[in-house]
Structure formats: C-alpha cells, structure tokens
Design a protein around this ligand. Sequence first.
Ligand code: SAH
Length: 252
Amino acid sequence: MNLTETDTSLFQRLRFVLVETSHPGNIGAAARAIKTMGFGQLVLVNPRFDDALTHPDAIAFASGALDVLQATKVVASIEDALLGCKFVAAVSARLREFSPPIFSPRALAERISFVQEGEVALVFGSERYGLPNQIVVNCQALINIPANPEYSSLNLAQAIQLLAYECRMATEAKTETRGNVGFHGEAASNEDVEGMYMHLEKALIAIGFLDPDNPKKLMPRLKRLFSRGGLEAEEVNILRGISKKIIDLAKK
Ligand code: SAH
C-alpha cells in the first residue's frame, strides 16, 4: 500500500527540523531519509553553509530526493521553524537534568501517530554540539535512541532515518489495525480518555475490585492496556456506559 497516497495525515504534517547543521552531505542524506519513508518536510535553522541546499555534497547525498531538498525551507530561528506546530519533540543523544519526558523513537512515534491534527515537529541538533538546552526544555518530549552507552552518538542523517522509519511503522500499524476491523471512527481525545479512566476506577472501587487504600498498580496497568490499542471516541463511550451500569448495580 502506498501510504503517501492513501493516508494524508502524519505524512504531510510531520516536519523534520535540523538546527545548525554543519555538513551539506547530511542535509542531502536527511532529504533522502525522509523521502524514502514517505515524508517531505525538511526545515533548516541556520545551517553552517549558506549554499547548504545547492552544495555538491547535499545534491550527491540526496540522490533521488532532490525534490525534497529543493523544497527545504531555511529559517533564521527555531521559533520560525516551529511556527504552527502542535507537538514538538527534541531528538537528543544526551539526557539532561531538566528535560521533558523521555521517549524511545518507537514510543514517541506511536504517540504522534495519534495526534489527530496539526503540525508535528522533530528537532535534531548539530553534528558537533547537539541541541542547546533552551530548545530542549521548550519541547514536549525528548527522544533518545537507545545505543551503546560508550558510543551513543549516531550520524545525524542516520538518526533522522531511524525516526522517520519508526513514524512510518507507527502510522502503518495504525492504518492496518483499523483496516483489519473493517471500519474506524474518530480517535478519542485525551480528556475523554482521562474521564473514562476516572469513571472506570470508581466502578472498580464500587464492586470491591480496587481497594482505594491499597490500589497497587491496577490503574496504571489498565491505562497501559488501553493506550496500546488507540481508543476511539465511541469505544470510550461504551466503557463509560459499562462503568455507569456497574456503579448503579453496586448501589442496589
Ligand atoms: N555531539 C552531539 C551529538 C550530535 S549527533 C552531542 O553531544 O549531542 C547529531 C544529532 O543526531 C543529535 O543532536 C540528535 O538530534 C541526533 N542523535 C544522534 N545520536 C542520537 C541518539 N543516540 N539519540 C537521539 N538522538 C541522536
């Protein structure tokens, strides 16, 4: 299945933002990496060379992705690069004392495949210095690629390839799962799911399955179970209906 044709969602809304990239070859390779996975938006914040997009190394490494390279935007600040984004994740080899929640590429890809609308950005640092702290702290997530603790810094374009691949897999998995059940509805919002969890918790307390004084890990485990499936609004309504019935019956 050609997802770029059938799925207009994440493929068009995911932006790869590269901060102060040094090597034009990496920029060309980044264009190729994202095109092979069905994405097309590349944004450069202050690349080291003014001719980064036309440099022979960029062109050679882009290979068949010259269209992506030519459409690449060059901007002067991270704010310009992230304009209009609803969800922004920093991709960094270094963990920091103060950082947004940390995700693996796979976990993050799954999460953003459920961001229903609005632009999403992944922000990558420079080859030499990585990402500055002030960019990282303003992101909603930090993605760290698990690697050899003694040598954990991947080549920039390879890190981009890995993220683009995971984002494609997560989007594909979502499409396939939904395709298999024959229909799909609107995804539940975060607030709807939170409301359902509270309702379910009350129901489990009402029937004595959950002891509020000794809750153990029941709710976190149930949340994990439900988040694995990507709940739809209608499914959340059903679960709330079941919880309500349980509470009503337990009262009798
Ligand atoms: N010397 C830099 C590493 C730069 S590698 C540093 O100390 O941070 C260039 C970029 O590739 C990084 O900024 C990051 O966006 C990405 N990258 C490389 N290895 C990574 C890893 N293990 N996890 C997450 N991102 C990584």
